[in-house]
Write a protein of this length. Structure first.
Lengths: 512, 451
């Protein structure tokens, strides 16, 4: 078999577009199985040490402009979109609760939302594999799942977590040290080297500088490369070429100011919940269902903040170091689904823009809160989101530097999201009052880009089948948060990585 | 009020003694005049090449823990100052306190223009060992516009004569010819460039061609009645220029404890460089907004951050971010691209209010409340933006202003934020050992004590 680097004229078994949580694990899996794989990444490659502990200077986000509409426009850029070898795992928060079985059966259980065509037990088996390969820190006993075990002890709680634990205890709400996709002890990562124990620096979102945090560039991608996969950075996919049977036989991309064509037998589109559908819509492909771009979902990510007499210095420590799953099915909320709560630790720019946008503040109050940065602490949620016909990604008339039309994403909360938002404000405000916070207020926020290339059993209602294969193009597979049929309350990255391994296995089992 | 320390570097064949008059005129401002290896009291050290002289200066800054300093380089010393300034701007450890560079008849980072006959003549002076009295006097007279007072003349001649032969030759045969222009690039630290009206090879024209392009901001001053030995010839005029320059740098001075941490091995080079970049002044030159637009933005800032209206160049930083930045990855679909949105937003604001900047603060505040509400029918059709668009735009304005403000090192210092100091470039990152409330680490409190 041939080995990397592959010639563009060589017919490789697979081209993977995107090297984040969706693309990296399957690249490794396919390469391990002996396939020739080329992964194309729009961003550049980084060494962990290069990351910058500064909110404006960090250069790991997808900063090309997207248009955000609807009644509750969601923010992109550093809020949820990565760029670079490793994709959004470069900047993700590493908060990694497992998907709740009820969330995968929302339609069956409530009549709303959508069911996943993937059994929970099967997904969890992959989740466990990802956890074992990447190393997760968490509590010795997980209150909402007695069977769960984590490889590493939890990282220390930050001041927000201590306050949240205090407030929750007073209200009878169960909390635990959060499962975090980082190692609290030094670890030798196969094919990469030493990942050092988390040092509580608090800059996960600016990129982990000692590789404690799970990131694709320090885990699955080195494994992929060790098995012969080739990762090409700063390679922007433009279009596909097809054979006479309607199968993709080449991927056209820009790299170094030149156009290249990589011949291939299969394509895995793993560019995320915005770029995957944007590429398909720009090319007019894989959309016989009319569902590409539809069912855009973002987590309800309301935050509640307050000022403490104590010196909190919330930037110190792993930010999301405490979790509560008690509100996964709140009895008195008048919503389907539910939400996870977590402690927060954000850096000054993030707090400032949150106040200015999500809390509608300016002037003396805003300034006084920011000047009290070291006494501020917050809690936040990740709440389920139902698909709605109004919430979708379409193409703007404006084009990007490569001539592709920009994405426009319309997003509005509807009754269910509003119910979750309202309930969580009440609960979190009560927690913060019980914890002794003063001047408590809420910040509106939504997070994550989910849906837009829905997975389903029926080609009239979904873009890909239960294996992740396009209903329209037999050798096109999609794997990232775009295929999620429903949002799940759990943060998406762990589930995406699990789906990625599963997609590879289904592809290998399919006889292609 | 922190006074920056002037760090003086002398010319070829000179010593720290050339700065005595300037330091006296500077009065209470802290001064540190250095002898470079091979000159003054350090003649025994012989030749140090340009790299070694730059290292020597950088080490001196570090050893003395200078958290606010201006490098003043005369002639040969100017090349060294520029090289160290470039290293400081690139985020080198221990140099976060370098605020400014004053070049006095300075040698550029590129090869110094020098008549080859004159170079050969000067090289010839040390053929027999040390420089003779006549040659030294020739040197001093060639570099002055009119004769120095006897005492200064004798001092200058004596310094030439005691120069180490190796150091003298090293500069003439190598140091002055080395081309550092590519490595130096363009430096974000603002410079004062002083030229003598009667100077030869390093006159104003040479300064404009060879030194100024290496600085993003360079203020060029010509001192009348001086040739090349300006510190001896016109110490009062030079002192005034230095004092004015130091005053212009005052807004970029950070609390010393903060700079101590920023300079330390807890901070990575990239992080330090990015933060220092934000301490540099921003010039209006080449920016597109009109004075009226700027005045309105300044008023908006006064409403958004009433206590920090004077944050260094905040309005200009916003203007740069909006008109030249790459954005933050998204914009409201109901607004045009950022530069156009700000144009139209400002236009609508003036159309709604008559002229926003002409209103008193309270009336302005009432308008902003109405605009933020976004549904004020009375404000419809006044300008290009609808009430809904104005509400979105005002949200963008608030977010951009606080984003630029919160990212300023002066803001971080004011709010006691040290989250940038969590890991240098060493094999192990420091992070935080303590994460709980009220459990502050010793290095965090050191910062406050020093400040």
């Amino acid at each position: 078999m041939s080995r990397a680097p592959y010639a563009t004229t060589e017919m490789v078994d697979a081209v993977v577009i995107g090297t984040g949580a969706g693309g990296a694990p399957l690249t490794a899996r396919l390469a391990e199985a002996g396939l020739s794989v080329v992964a194309l990444e729009a961003g550049r490659s980084f060494k962990p040490n290069e990351h910058v502990a500064d909110e404006l200077a960090a250069d790991i986000y997808w900063m090309e402009e997207r248009l955000s509409g609807g009644n509750d426009p969601t923010a992109f850029g550093s809020n949820n979109s990565g760029m670079g070898v490793g994709g959004s795992t470069l900047h993700w928060g590493a908060f990694c609760p497992r998907p709740d079985p009820r969330d995968l059966q929302l339609k069956t259980m409530t009549g709303q939302g959508a069911d996943w065509p993937v059994p929970h037990a099967e997904l969890i088996a992959y989740v466990k594999e990802v956890e074992a390969f990447t190393g997760v820190s968490g509590p010795a006993r997980y209150p909402w799942d007695d069977s769960r075990r984590y490889a590493y002890p939890p990282v220390p709680r930050n001041a927000s977590a201590e306050a949240m634990a205090r407030g929750c205890e007073a209200l009878g709400i169960t909390v635990a040290d959060a499962p975090a996709a980082l190692v609290s002890r030094d670890r030798e990562q196969p094919h990469w080297g030493q990942r050092q124990a988390c040092v509580n620096c608090g800059t996960c979102h600016q990129g982990c500088r000692n590789a404690a945090k799970t990131s694709m560039d320090t885990s699955y991608l080195p494994m992929a490369a060790a098995h012969g996969a080739e990762i090409r950075s700063q390679a922007r996919v433009m279009s596909f070429e097809f054979d006479q049977h309607g199968r993709i036989d080449g991927v056209v991309y820009h790299q170094g100011g030149q156009e290249h064509r990589q011949r291939c037998r299969a394509v895995f589109l793993c560019a995320g919940g915005v770029e995957s559908p944007r590429l398909l819509l720009n090319l007019g492909l894989a959309n016989s269902s009319g569902q590409v771009g539809r069912n855009f979902m973002a987590h309800v990510a309301t935050q509640v903040w307050g000022r403490f007499d104590d010196e909190m210095r919330m930037n110190r420590g792993y930010p999301s170091s405490l979790i509560s799953e008690d509100m996964m099915r709140p009895a008195d909320a008048d919503c389907v689904g539910g939400y996870l709560m977590q402690s927060l630790g954000v850096l000054p720019v993030n707090l400032a823009t949150g106040l200015a946008r999500g809390a509608g503040m300016w002037g003396t109050r805003l300034q006084s809160i920011l000047r009290n940065y070291n006494r501020m602490a917050g809690i936040g949620i990740n709440g389920d989101c139902l698909p709605h016909p109004d919430n979708r990604l379409t193409l703007s008339d404006e084009t990007d530097a490569f001539g592709h039309r920009k994405a426009r994403i319309d997003f509005s909360y509807h009754a269910n999201e509003r119910a979750i938002d309202q309930h969580s404000r009440r609960v979190m405000t009560a927690i913060w009052e019980a914890a002794g916070a003063q001047d408590i207020f809420a910040v509106d926020r939504s997070a994550h880009t989910i849906g837009t290339c829905r997975m389903g059993d029926n080609g009239d209602e979904a873009v890909v089948d239960a294996d992740g294969r396009s209903f329209d193009i037999a050798n096109l597979w999609i794997c990232d948060n775009s295929v999620f049929p429903s949002a799940l309350a759990a943060n998406p990255a762990l589930t995406i990585m699990a789906l990625s391994l599963r997609t590879a296995d289904r592809f290998l089992a399919s006889g292609r | 009020m922190i006074q920056p320390t002037f760090v003086f570097l002398h010319a070829l064949g000179s010593s720290k003694r050339e700065w005595e008059l300037v330091c006296r005129h500077l009065g209470s401002a802290p001064c540190m005049a250095l002898d470079l290896p091979g000159f003054g009291d350090r003649v025994d050290e012989g030749y140090a090449d340009v790299t070694a002289m730059a290292d020597d200066l950088a080490d001196t800054i570090r050893r003395n823990g200078l958290t606010a300093c201006i490098l003043v380089g005369h002639s040969m010393g100017g090349k060294i100052a520029t090289i160290v300034a470039a290293r400081a701007a690139a985020g080198e450890i221990g140099l976060a306190g370098v605020l400014g560079v004053a070049l006095v008849a300075a040698s550029p980072p590129s090869p110094e223009p020098m008549d080859e006959e004159r170079r050969a003549q000067m090289i010839g002076w040390v053929a027999g060992g040390s420089i003779g009295q006549d040659d030294a006097e020739t040197f001093v007279e060639a570099n002055t516009a009119s004769p120095l007072p006897p005492e200064l003349h004798d001092r200058a001649v004596a310094d030439v004569r005691r120069s180490s032969r190796e150091a003298w030759l090293g500069w003439l045969e190598r140091g002055s010819l080395e081309d550092w222009s590519g490595q130096v690039g363009q430096i974000s630290i603002p410079a004062l460039i002083v030229a003598g009206s009667e100077d030869g090879d390093l006159n104003e024209d040479a300064q404009r061609r060879l030194n100024a392009p290496h600085y993003r901001h360079a203020d060029i001053r010509v001192v009348d009645g001086a040739a090349h030995m300006i510190p001896y010839e016109q110490p009062e005029a030079l002192t005034r220029a230095l004092e004015n320059y130091a005053a212009s740098l005052a807004p970029s001075i950070l609390p010393s404890g903060f700079v101590h941490v920023l300079s330390s091995d807890r901070v990575s080079r990239r992080t330090r460089a990015a933060m220092l970049e934000r301490t540099r002044p921003v010039s209006d030159a080449g920016l597109p907004w009109s004075d009226a637009e700027r005045a309105t933005v300044q008023d908006l800032i006064a409403h958004i951050l009433p206590e920090d209206v004077s944050a260094p160049d905040l309005a200009q930083r916003v203007e740069v971010a909006i008109t030249q930045g790459s954005g933050d990855g998204w914009r409201f679909a109901d607004l045009p691209p950022d530069p156009e949105a700000w144009r139209q937003g400002l236009l609508t604001l003036d159309a709604l209010t008559g002229r926003f900047a002409a209103l008193d603060h309270g009336t302005q505040a009432d308008w902003l409340d109405r605009i933020a509400a976004g549904n004020d029918e009375a404000t419809a059709n006044a300008g290009p933006f609808s009430p809904e668009q104005m509400a979105l735009w005002f949200q963008d304005v608030r977010a951009e202003v606080v984003r630029q403000w919160a990212a300023l090192p002066s803001t971080m210092a004011a709010i006691g934020y040290d989250g940038f100091a969590v890991g240098g470039d060493g094999p192990r990152k420091q992070g935080y050992r303590r994460t709980g409330a009220n459990d502050v680490e010793a290095w965090q409190t050191v910062r406050e004590k020093i400040a």
